[in-house]
Design a protein around this ligand. Structure first.
Ligand SMILES: Cc1cc2nc3c(=O)[nH]c(=O)nc-3n(C[C@H](O)[C@H](O)[C@H](O)COP(=O)(O)OP(=O)(O)OC[C@H]3O[C@@H](n4cnc5c(N)ncnc54)[C@H](O)[C@@H]3O)c2cc1C
Length: 427
């Protein structure tokens, strides 16, 4: 039986393990954390075919510059001297053209639709139980600019075959009475679904363990040993692991591990925050509060409020003013909902692994015969978890994958070194 080691036990790593096990591989997962924190546990849980426009879109640079020095704005870049960030930002700028966004639309739409189908297939397989709801997603706006922008996207969504209904304030409040009378309206994307991430993660882990998957937690991969274009082993603080195949699914930390292998996988951690409210709230349909970019999700037993995109390096530091901004937005859109001091103090953070062109890196690098990557999903990593796992498994087992694999090619930002120069670089 072929052995596969997966570096990273987030949603990308776990879904890869799920499909690899089904194909008969012996899988081990190594993660530096304890399986309780990080983006895959604290996210808003949306599965979003409606999110077919990449973050690297025209207009984002101007918005980013406007918000750059305001640490309570929905999008924040901490001013700092970081050459990797500057290089990433340059790639982002190059990707933020109408033509490139247009090219990525069918890729993101198809990947999200396929992934939603795979979530539903997992659910009906009854392999492991998890919460999954099909209530759609409301994009609620309270400004004419927000309305204009959302209407354009909705029109395009309909042209792409997705179900999107425009709701007036009255129609919105008929569906969700907790919304303010001052909100202009919303687009209801009936194509979207949602889950409860940490419950899904725990349930899938139990299934994987029952199928013989070994979890090595609090083990940080610090070195990757290579020989003649192959990964031989990975080394953590405690031991060395050997395998036939390796999957690098280390989220926002993928770049540095890849760099040690001579690969250029530009990913920046985009920090987001979330907090859970366990008292009953009158929210039954997930919503994004458009102007504030806050996500509200009724999960299994609680409501989660999530938001902000902060580029300040790979850290989990909580900026209180950003949590306050989330609470304030919630209260503006839902006047009866006021987050308590305890609920705000319980906010946690996670890093979205953001690629410069809004597309993940999935597939083999040309440099190594037995290395497959699955990282850089940004704001859609939860939604794209199952399709990522499926594509990684198809790559390893050399089965025909989706047509879009070229767009996801991990080598698309060029390699750092030529293969000849790689020998012993990381051992
Ligand atoms: C507030 C917030 C809300 C979000 N909402 C949504 C949403 O509604 N829908 C959606 O689709 N996406 C959402 N996202 C994004 C989504 O959560 C991420 O894209 C996704 O979780 C990334 O999963 P991943 O497995 O690729 O990476 P991660 O979850 O980051 O997992 C990578 C793992 O690798 C481990 N690791 C890293 N380096 C090493 C090493 N050297 N050795 C061992 N282990 C290592 C880490 O500990 C980590 O557990 C949200 C994110 C945030 C922060």
């Amino acid at each position: 039986m072929k052995q596969v080691i997966i570096i990273g036990g987030g949603i990308s790593g776990l879904c890869s393990a799920y499909y690899l096990v089904k194909e008969g591989y012996q899988v081990s997962i190594i993660d530096k954390n304890d399986f309780t924190k990080g983006a895959s546990f604290i996210n808003a849980g949306y599965i979003v075919p409606s999110h077919f426009i990449s973050m690297a879109a025209p207009g984002m640079i101007t918005k980013g510059l406007k918000w750059m020095f305001n640490s309570s704005s929905p999008f924040y870049i901490k001013p700092r001297l970081d050459t990797e960030f500057f290089k990433w930002a340059l790639h982002f700028k190059r990707a933020a053209t109408a033509q490139k966004v247009e090219r990525s639309i069918p890729v993101l739409k198809d990947l999200n639709l396929k992934s939603r189908e795979l979530y539903e297939e997992m659910l009906s397989s009854t392999d492991f139980p998890f919460h999954y709801a099909n209530d759609g997603l409301l994009m609620a706006y309270n400004s004419s600019e927000g309305e204009e922008e959302e209407l354009k996207i909705a029109e395009r969504a309909v042209a792409e075959g997705l179900e999107a209904d425009k709701l007036s304030n009255l129609e919105l409040r008929r569906l969700q009475p907790a919304f303010s009378k001052n909100i202009i309206g919303a687009i209801h994307y009936k194509c979207d679904s949602h889950t409860t991430p940490q419950h899904f993660m725990a349930s899938l882990k139990t299934w994987l363990e029952e199928k013989g998957v070994a979890f090595y937690l609090q083990q940080e991969v610090r070195k990757i040993h290579t020989f003649q274009g192959k990964i031989i082993s990975v080394e953590t603080q405690d031991r060395t692991f050997e395998a036939d195949e390796f999957v690098l699914a280390a989220g926002s930390w993928t770049s540095s591990l890849a760099y040690s292998l001579g690969l250029n996988i530009p990913i920046q951690g985009g920090k987001g925050y979330s907090t859970n409210v366990y008292r009953p709230l009158d929210v039954s349909i997930p919503a994004i509060l458009v102007e504030a970019k806050v996500a509200v999700t009724p999960m299994d037993g609680f409501t989660r409020f999530a938001g902000t995109m902060e580029f300040s390096g790979n850290n989990t530091f909580i900026r209180k003013n950003r949590v306050e901004a989330i609470a304030k937005a919630v209260n503006t859109y839902y006047p009866e909902i006021k987050l308590s001091e305890e609920e705000k103090a319980a906010a946690v953070s996670g890093l979205r692994p953001v690629s410069p062109d809004g597309l993940p890196f999935i597939g083999r690098s040309g440099l190594y015969k037995n290395l497959t990557l699955g990282a850089g999903h940004g704001m859609m990593g939860w939604s794209l978890g199952p399709i990522t796992g499926k594509l990684i498994t198809q790559t390893i087992s050399q089965k025909k994958a989706l047509d879009h694999m070229q767009a996801l090619n991990p080598d698309r930002f060029h390699l750092i070194r030529k293969q000849d120069g790689l020998k012993n670089t990381s051992s």
